[in-house]
Design a protein around this ligand. Structure first.
Ligand code: GDP
Ligand code: MG
Length: 438
């Protein structure tokens, strides 16, 4: 979807003045891109109706930047159909909240159990995980591995054949242990079948989970939509977690699943690691679909790595406007984990160049170069990059063994990173706190 929409807008931008004629053409490309991305036909139809109506309004054509205005309209519409936002786990004020995850085999249920546990741990809540997938022989051990990794208790009973009994015993154990949250990891099948649905419906009825989330594989396109429909018919879903949205962002499946189930999208999985779960933000997803960059997601991710005291220091510096290239260097060293750096780059607008600078995505090498450049600056240059004129630029570049333009790029990058650093320093885990509210 992303590529399709981007080229749609690119071709519009290339047209110079926007007229009603070429706007209609552009809108058709948008429609095509959505259909090709497996977005449900009725979703596309509604979407196009709203967008067209607004786009053909006089305001767009008369506006100074009609292309931007059009993109904004598409963006607004995307945000509106992806919402409303509810990323709360709706934890009960007292007692044990039961979360149940269901979905097809391989969708990412077990991984998501671990990710939710990780999220809860960050809020100082230790959940109990219950291994209720009795279909796959290795499923129980898989959950135990995750439990050990995170240090959270896992309930299982390899001798029991009835998943309802396992869930009941697991909940009982969690309550006895005083856990505030218990997460049920249920079985999936390769495709929807009656037996699976009956099993899940039985758990739903007898164990009465407070929240039932459908875990959907974001890579599966139209299949995801069909299975979401089937699960939604059988179970009273409270939310959807869409996994595997790292790399190729399939906005298409998200739009359709949202429409088919009508329940909020709670989280998105963006990697195999247990930290790779993000509270769903329609704005972030719409930006990603339209490739506007999502600084907030990157900042949130980086936020975890910077510890409290460093954050306070950063915050003070931001407030007093004393952020220097030295601070930037410190942050770079900190966040120079290969995976994260690459991800932040890909999420940030204007960061393409930096990726280039990092030759073949050799992220650590790129960071080394950045650090090398900063090291060859004087103290006053680091404090005030505006001092860096052509002779200084040549000296710095030579000192770091790179070409002079790299110095310019670094300074530009520093400016672009400022708002990100601000968000990192902000101490605002935002969505995470919101998650705990009722
Ligand atoms: P389950 O059968 O539904 O319990 O699925 P699993 O949790 O066992 O996950 C199936 C596979 O998908 C595993 O290899 C996971 O590592 C992988 N996986 C799960 N979530 C994500 C994600 O968000 N991104 C990526 N890239 N892989 C994921
Ligand atoms: Mg599993």
């Amino acid at each position: 979807l992303s590529d399709g929409l981007q080229s749609a807008f690119k071709s519009l931008r290339g047209k110079g003045k926007l007229t009603e004629g070429n706007m209609r053409e552009g809108l058709q490309t948008v429609e095509q891109a959505m259909l090709e991305a497996d977005v449900n036909y009725s979703v596309v139809k509604d979407f196009m109706e709203h967008v067209t109506e607004r786009a053909l309004g006089q305001r767009v054509l008369l506006s100074l930047r009609p292309h931007e205005e059009l993109i904004r309209i598409v963006y607004d519409e995307l945000v509106s159909i992806l919402g409303p936002v509810d990323t709360s786990l709706h934890l009960k004020k007292s007692g044990c909240t039961i979360l149940m995850l269901c979905g097809l085999q391989g969708a990412g249920k077990t991984t998501t159990c671990g990710k939710l546990a990780q999220l809860l741990l960050e809020e100082k809540i230790t959940p109990t995980l219950v291994a209720a997938d009795l279909q796959r022989p290795a499923a129980i051990e898989q959950l135990h591995v995750i439990g050990r990794q995170l240090g959270v208790p896992v309930y299982s009973d390899a001798g029991e054949k009835d998943p309802v009994k396992v869930c009941q015993a697991g909940v009982k154990q969690a309550e006895a242990d005083g856990s505030r949250v218990v997460i049920l990891d249920t079985a999936g099948r390769l495709a929807i079948d009656k037996e699976l649905m009956a099993e899940l419906a039985r758990i739903d009825k007898r164990v009465k989970p407070d929240q039932v989330y459908l875990v959907v594989d974001g890579m599966t396109g139209q299949d995801a939509v069909n299975s979401a429909g089937a699960f939604n018919k059988e179970l009273e879903l409270d939310g959807v977690v869409m996994t595997k949205l790292d790399g190729d962002a399939r906005g298409g499946a998200l739009l359709s699943v949202k429409q088919v189930t009508g329940v909020p999208i709670k989280f998105i999985g963006t990697g195999e690691h247990l930290e790779s779960l993000e509270p769903f933000r329609p704005e972030g997803m719409a930006s990603r679909i339209l490739q506007m960059g999502d600084m907030v997601a990157a900042a949130r991710e980086a936020h975890r790595i910077v510890d409290e005291s460093e954050r306070e220091e950063l915050e003070e510096k931001m407030a007093s406007g004393e952020m220097t290239l030295d601070d930037f260097k410190g942050l770079m060293e900190k966040v120079a984990k290969p995976g994260l750096m690459g991800k932040m780059m890909s999420l940030m607008p204007g960061m393409g160049q930096m990726k280039d600078l990092m030759q073949n995505e050799d992220v650590t090498g790129g960071v080394k170069q950045t650090i090398g450049l900063i090291n060859s600056m004087t103290k006053s240059e680091r404090r005030n990059p505006k001092l860096i004129d052509a002779p200084r630029r040549a000296r710095i570049a030579a000192g770091a063994g790179v070409q002079a333009p790299a110095v310019n790029q670094l300074v530009k990058q520093f400016e672009q990173m400022k708002p990100v650093m601000q968000m990192m320093a902000g101490g605002n885990a935002g969505d995470r706190m919101q998650m705990m509210r009722q």
